[in-house]
Design a protein around this ligand. Structure first.
Ligand SMILES: Nc1ncnc2c1ncn2[C@@H]1O[C@H](COP(=O)(O)OP(=O)(O)OP(=O)(O)O)[C@@H](O)[C@H]1O
Length: 247
């Protein structure tokens, strides 16, 4: 999949929508055992694209749940910009592995979901929905029912729903892992151009090392809930990542 992936070139003039993410000593343990994550220290710059890799059970989902505010750290602090994250936060959105769409809503209705809380005027909301659908390659799909869509199209809707609210931090949890290789490559390419045009901060979790190196500017590796590597993607390769993860 890496062969066709092209990273957009730098455009220093674009405004930054993204926000800085900081973790200071963040720790979460399930029960009395040692399973969980931390203490984790991490700083992701505004507009940076970070990939998090690690084998099953290494803590990737726990980390994302902490970032998304579904779990509260038992020690340490997570901040967006200068403000602590204390629960679900309107400045961030999450795209999960399986597109959890509302089957009773149209495509447009699904994308509009997060906007309903923003109380935008109807016309502005409709324009935002259609613009976001176009951004993910689904212009004109608004009136369709979600059961008429392919897996890749459903995941595009999921991405559009997350982007429509213009998040400053976009969290993605293995978003393309259920898709075939070709669709995954196309969507990965599109995600890169969306990231670049929106200048959003991205944290992308995957167990696929090639995917992490192709997408991320930076890659963090977790093993046993601890961060065992943090480096620029261009200075890493699959062998190095594998060696680190296998310890
Ligand atoms: N609800 C829970 N109760 C107890 N232990 C849990 C719970 N959820 C996760 N764990 C444990 O915490 C550790 C980290 O799990 P986590 O799901 O974050 O890993 P992961 O890297 O996302 O794995 P996978 O790639 O399989 O999804 C594992 O040891 C796991 O067994």
């Amino acid at each position: 999949m890496t062969a066709t992936m092209t990273r957009p070139t730098a455009d220093a003039s674009a405004a930054t929508q993204g926000i800085r993410l900081t973790l200071d000593g963040v720790t979460y343990r399930y029960g009395r055992g040692h399973a969980g994550v931390g203490p984790l220290d991490l700083r992701v710059d505004a507009g940076e694209f970070l990939c998090v890799v690690g084998p099953s059970g290494s803590g990737k989902s726990t980390l994302l749940s902490l970032l998304a505010g579904f779990l509260r750290p038992q020690a340490g602090q997570i901040r967006l910009g200068d403000t602590p994250v204390r629960g679900p936060d309107p400045r961030l959105t999450l795209v999960q592995q399986e597109a959890a769409l509302f089957p009773w809503r149209t495509v447009a209705g699904n994308v509009a979901f997060g906007l309903e809380r923003q109380r935008l005027p109807r016309a502005e909301r409709d324009t935002r929905v259609e613009d976001t659908l176009r951004l993910v390659g689904l212009g004109g799909y608004g009136p369709r029912r979600v059961h008429e869509l392919s897996g890749g199209q459903r995941q595009r809707v999921s991405l559009a729903r997350a982007l429509a609210v213009r998040p400053r931090l976009l969290l993605l949890d293995e978003p393309f892992s259920a898709l075939d290789d070709r669709t995954r490559t196309v969507l990965s390419d599109e995600l890169l151009s969306i990231w670049w045009s929106q200048k959003v901060t991205v944290v992308f979790v995957t167990h696929n090392l090639e995917e992490a190196l192709a997408l991320g500017q930076r890659v963090v590796a977790l093993r046993g809930g601890e961060m065992v590597l943090d480096g620029a993607a261009r200075e890493l390769n699959v062998a190095r990542l594998r060696e680190t993860l296998e310890g």
